[in-house]
Write a protein that binds this ligand. Structure first.
Ligand code: PNS
Length: 162
């Protein structure tokens, strides 16, 4: 069975992420979306919330499951006996950022990184930009599922009321 990990922060999971995961799910028997926890960074959503949102967004993809990890990603890959990860590329900027990590992960644990191009519709979409635009009142509905958008709007409304 072929398995690939799609790692990321996913705070929150966007339609750009979904597009890449869907493409990966067509190439591998199984795809594991691994939410990588950064203990030094407090996200808008907790890791449990992110996982719940991703599960709902990927309910249409039966060979996709969601997991979490804190620490070096290659240690997770070793523990799970998975040798391939898939990353989405939006631009040459992503490529420049990803290449050293791919080389490092290969050297550390012989992990192969496969890059999939995102759809041009999502080339400008990132979780952080979506959060910034939404916080300032912009329309981010084209970039999130209806469920994730609802939760983001509620979270922002809650933050504002504090
Ligand atoms: O969605 P992001 O924040 O761009 O994802 C980046 C992520 C989490 C995949 C990357 O930072 C990562 O792999 N972090 C885990 C720690 C690690 O293994 N660092 C060394 C990378 S060579």
């Amino acid at each position: 069975m072929t398995t690939a990990v799609c790692p990321g922060s996913f705070d929150p999971f966007t339609l750009g992420h979904h597009y890449v995961v869907e493409r990966a799910a067509a190439c591998f028997d199984e795809v594991v979306i691994t939410v990588v926890v950064n203990p030094n960074k407090r996200g808008m959503f907790s890791v449990d919330e992110r996982i719940e949102l991703i599960r709902a967004d990927c309910a249409d993809l039966p060979n996709v499951r969601v997991d979490r990890w804190t620490g070096l990603l290659v240690d997770y890959m070793r523990n799970e006996d998975i040798h391939t990860m898939v990353k989405g590329l939006r631009s040459a900027v992503d490529f420049d950022y990803e290449v050293p990590m791919a080389q490092m992960n290969r050297e550390l644990a012989d992990v192969e990184t496969i890059f999939l191009l995102t759809d041009p519709r999502f080339a400008h979409v990132s979780s952080s930009l979506v959060k910034e635009v939404a916080k300032l009142g912009g329309d981010v509905t084209p970039f999130l599922s209806a469920n994730t958008h609802r939760h983001l709007a509620a979270r922002i409304a809650g933050e504002r009321s504090i």
